[in-house]
Design a protein around this ligand. Structure first.
Ligand code: MN
Length: 491
């Protein structure tokens, strides 16, 4: 969708979903300011059964002087309707007949996508999407504190206080300047006595799903329908601390969908992966190792079955400890494919603190002549010591190219400036021959490698359990597609 082209519409009605949250209100308001900047008036409204009553939202509307109206009986048929944080005609938003509509949303697409829709489920908040779209149209956020505050707060509330950020763009938005005293004030008006009762009711009715074989227990807590994501997060933060639970999922129904908040207290369950598994194929989920969130379009039975499946259907391998018969697996040779690398000294001064932002998360480093950054064949990024690099790779003269959905950036931790990693990249080729033993796993498998005892590699059925032939206890998981791109069978 071309955001600027929406300005062509003579009248713009921006509609939030029913019972709007901070993300919907923030997205709508920032868009209104964008349209205003381009000389177009717009109006923000919502329908549904109830008016906004949450104290922090009323405070937000009041402090930023946001003009938003409750109009369940719109007296006219709109020329042009833009739904934000929801999709026209979906279950959580009142449908109004209109001549033309557009959609900006970050939930799973429920309608046909075309040039009038911008739907990106990988993002944690609609605010992130709006921020990215406005930024790409050259909108100067430095000059608009209100837009910054409102989008930051939208992201903040949709990610349980930034703890469930899923995408690098979410982390970019989380880094912007905002009014700290305003956000603090809003944060501390988040809970009413009534909502405290929602928390206690949710904690009251738990059920436990257990797998005795791997000795893991997950608690399930259902909060009342359309529960605020912050309340979900707050509830799961408490439930996580229960001694007999290894992880917990607090959830609520949102129309025909389910919102979840996941916490883990053991290394064998990564909250982000757990959330991702639950939502796979019917929504999107993610976060970090201990805290995650997600949204799925499914009923409660399906959701509970997914939790059960997650717990019951995986194998666990501890490198060097678990007995695996690698010698009976096929042998594979690593293909000679050029990859990219960056010398951090080309980008920053010695010992300069930097953050490399990747799809998989942030990597904090200190730049210097001994630290290189590798860019793998699908754009995956990881640091490497110069010594190890020189031992394992040969330099190439060919220029380096990378085309992926997200291009990794490097953030100067002192100034906040961002550089594009691939702008500094060169090509290289792995030296020598690497032979592995590998076979596709038949069940989801988690592998704790030699190199990281906190985080496991996670495989879905079909991914490859792989071990270096020179040291078969050095095993790890390779994604099925990447495996076939990278290895060839030795026959
Ligand atoms: Mn949202």
């Amino acid at each position: 969708m071309n955001l600027l082209s929406l300005v062509q519409n003579k009248s713009i009605l921006i509609q939030c979903h029913d019972i709007p949250d901070a993300d919907a209100i923030g997205s709508a308001y920032a868009l209104q300011r964008f349209f205003m900047f381009h000389g177009r008036e717009s109006k923000i409204f919502y329908g549904g059964k109830a008016k906004i009553s949450k104290p922090s939202l009323l405070m937000l509307i009041n402090e930023l002087e946001i003009d938003i109206e409750y109009e369940p009986d719109l007296p006219y048929e709109p020329e042009f309707l833009l739904t934000v944080d929801c999709q026209y005609g979906a279950g959580n938003v009142q449908k109004f007949e209109c001549r033309k509509f557009a959609v900006i949303d970050h939930h799973r697409a429920e309608i046909r996508e075309d040039e009038n829709t911008e739907i990106r489920p990988a993002l944690s908040s609609c605010s992130t999407l709006v921020w990215d779209m406005m930024r790409k149209e050259g909108y100067d956020f430095d000059k608009d504190e209100k837009a910054r505050n409102v989008l930051y707060y939208g992201l903040f509330t949709d990610t349980n206080g930034l703890s469930e950020l899923r995408h690098p763009l979410d982390r970019d938005l989380a880094d912007i300047d905002f009014d700290k005293s305003l956000i603090k004030k809003l944060k501390n008006a988040a809970l009413t006595i009534k909502e405290l009762r929602i928390v206690s009711a949710a904690l009251d009715g738990s059920r436990r799903i257990e797998n005795k074989k791997i000795n893991k227990r997950v608690g399930l807590f259902r909060a009342e329908d359309f529960c605020d994501p912050n309340i979900l997060g707050f509830t799961s933060d408490i439930a996580k601390q229960v001694d007999v639970l290894d992880a917990c999922v607090v959830y609520c129904l949102v129309g025909d969908s389910i919102k979840i908040s996941v916490r883990s207290s053991v290394r064998e369950i990564m909250a982000s992966e757990f959330a991702n598994f639950i939502c796979a194929g019917v929504g999107s989920g993610g976060g970090n190792i201990e805290m995650a969130g997600g949204f799925l379009k499914a009923d409660e039975d399906y959701f509970i079955q997914r939790v059960r499946d997650y717990l019951e259907n995986y194998d666990l391998i501890y490198a060097g400890k678990t007995k695996v018969d690698f010698t009976s697996m096929k042998r594979w040779r690593k293909k000679s494919i050029p990859v990219g690398f960056v010398k951090t000294e080309d980008m920053f001064k010695e010992d300069w603190p930097i953050t490399v932002r990747t799809l998989e998360g942030d990597i904090d480093l200190r730049a210097g002549k001994d630290i290189y950054v590798m860019i793998g064949i699908v754009g995956e990024v990881y640091p490497i010591k110069r010594e190890k690099f020189e031992k394992n790779y040969d330099l190439l003269d060919t220029p380096y190219n990378l085309k992926t959905e997200y291009i990794p950036e490097v953030i100067d931790k002192i100034s906040g400036n961002k550089l594009v990693l691939v702008d500094f990249a060169h090509s290289c080729l792995p030296k020598g021959e690497k032979i592995v033993r590998a076979s596709a796993v038949e069940r989801p498998t988690k592998v704790f490698s030699y190199w990281d005892s906190e985080k496991y590699f996670s495989a879905v059925t079909g991914d490859f359990l792989t071990a270096n032939e020179t040291d078969l206890s050095d095993c790890y998981i390779v994604n099925r597609q990447i495996f076939f791109d990278t290895y060839e069978e030795i026959t």
